[in-house]
Design a protein around this ligand. Structure first.
Ligand SMILES: [Zn+2]
Length: 500
């Protein structure tokens, strides 16, 4: 999208300049910030126990966004964060939405004149606890425990996503306290509805378009490649949900009387669902792959190298799975569109037997889209496919709207490169440029709607029991996560145009 607002915003931007830093990370000198970088890193290390204590305080606030009982925790967490952001010198507000509030903070522009504007996104809401009986550690009373040589703490939101936002807040605090100013003009946006689908976010972004205009948005909601190797996510899939219900001409019937002759919606639905894939694992909906581009050779090569890592699928048994023919698991997961059947209901679901021809049957499906596929087109093509297969006399109804498109972020971005160099310096290993089968609708909204450059990173791992009982995190990733941002700020400063 383009328009006057975008144009105006673009004029305000201060881009980085390409400087010849080379690709060898070992000998890089960071630039203007260098004399003080070690001081900031030392400050992060020296004050680490304070930072950790504060994070535990935040985790103890029960900010569950999808349950009415979490409302009080949401309000308290938002206010707690507003105070923390204010205390490090940002002008912070808690801004109401139709749903849960967004905490928005910014530095004063005067002190950061001629510097790029960086936006940091995180979310402070958490998933529900689920079955409390499955937790060995209380979900909202985190304490640090030494386990397997690691200082670990358990609690809902420790990993997803309170640790994530705390890495950049702590880094901003450390930088400001040593340098006396922020590394750039800073905007912090913390959402309280990420775990329930971000319903208020699109309207918020539209209403605060000018406030959110920035040179780069750091979306800190992603995973590392491993506990010792950082990653930047450069490909995200889009997502469409659909619900389809087949109804027979009659309500429930006695299956003994009519099973041989009357329509059975579960049978109709099963036939339709089975027709969604061919025997090569490809989606068999007409036009499903229109506009889908093949994976570029260079990207295929990068991923082929990653596929050789034996620990890649160590946690999951893939036997019985059907991947699309001609694609490796990583290629299929990150770059090929898919349809998944998420649930089927209909007929007898009770404890005892009931010989019934059900009146209706419903399936829920999700489509994971790649670049080139529009959510609405895919929805319509799926619906046409289903309608063609519904027998005479039966009815079909669909539910589903909206959806998000896939995003591929440029690997040539100077901000992405600066981020990669910063991460490599801190972790002393190459950064993995990865894809994901998941969607972050915010990235789509910022990058496609506001044309904002996004860098998607984070310091969590699937093995942190995200969304599961005994979610946990460890203090070393928190410390190195905060330090990573210092290195990234340093790299960005090295590439800023010199002030005249
Ligand atoms: Zn989550």
């Amino acid at each position: 999208m383009s328009g006057p607002a975008v144009l105006q915003a673009t004029q305000r931007r201060r881009r980085l300049v390409a400087v010849d830093i080379g690709s060898d990370i070992s000998g890089i000198q960071g630039g203007k910030g260098v004399p003080k970088t070690e001081d900031v890193l030392r400050d992060i290390d020296d004050k680490f126990d304070i930072a950790l204590g504060k994070l535990l305080e935040l985790v103890s606030i029960q900010s569950i966004s999808s349950e009415p009982a979490g409302k009080d925790g949401i309000v308290r967490a938002a206010e707690w964060l507003r105070q923390e952001l204010s205390s490090i010198g940002l002008a912070a507000d808690v801004i109401g939405t139709k749903g849960h509030p967004i905490v928005l903070a910014r530095s004063s522009a005067a002190s950061t004149d001629n510097k790029p504007r960086l936006l940091f996104y995180g979310h402070y809401d958490v998933q529900p606890v689920g079955d409390i009986g499955q937790w060995k550690h209380p979900p909202f009373e985190p304490t640090v425990i030494k386990e397997d040589g690691v200082r670990r703490f358990y609690g809902r939101g420790t990993s997803d996503s309170k640790s994530q936002l705390w890495t950049f807040i702590e880094a901003l605090r450390g930088w400001k306290s040593v340098h006396g100013e922020f590394p750039a003009e800073v905007i912090v946006m913390l959402e309280g509805e990420e775990e329930c689908g971000s319903p208020s976010l699109p309207d918020f972004i539209k209403a605060h378009r000018d406030d959110l205009t920035c040179d780069v948005a750091f979306i800190c909601d992603a995973e590392m490649w491993s506990a010792t190797q950082p990653a930047i996510t450069t490909q995200l899939k889009g997502l469409v949900h659909e619900r389809v219900t087949i109804s027979a001409p009659n309500p429930d019937l006695h299956s003994g009387h009519y099973g041989a002759v009357a329509a059975n919606p579960i049978r109709v639905l099963s036939t339709i669902l089975a027709s969604l894939h061919d025997d090569k694992g490809r989606v068999a909906i007409d036009g499903f792959y229109d506009w889908v581009r093949d994976i570029p050779d260079a990207v295929r090569q990068q991923w082929r190298d990653l596929s050789r890592q034996p620990e890649l699928f160590a946690d999951v048994d893939l036997s019985g799975g059907i991947a699309e023919e001609g694609y490796s698991p990583i290629e299929a997961m990150w770059s090929r569109p898919t349809v998944d059947i998420n649930g089927i209901t209909g007929g007898n679901q009770g404890p005892g037997e009931r010989s019934v021809l059900p009146g209706t049957a419903t399936a829920r499906l999700s489509f994971r889209l790649v670049v080139g596929q529009s959510p609405e087109t895919i929805r319509q093509r799926f619906r046409s496919h289903v309608k063609r297969m519904v027998p005479k006399g039966c009815r079909v109804e669909f539910e589903g709207h909206g959806g998000s498109s896939a995003v591929v972020l440029s690997q040539d971005s100077l901000y992405l490169k600066a981020t990669a160099r910063g991460l490599e310096k801190e972790w002393e290993t190459p950064v993995v440029l990865r894809g994901t089968g998941g969607a972050i609708p915010l990235v789509e909204q910022l990058s496609n709607t506001l044309e904002t450059e996004c860098v998607v990173i984070g310091f969590i791992l699937p093995s942190d029991a995200i969304h599961a009982p005994d979610e946990h995190y460890d203090s070393e990733r928190l410390r190195k996560g905060a330090r990573s941002w210092i290195r990234i700020f340093d790299e960005i400063q090295a590439q800023m145009p010199s002030q005249s």
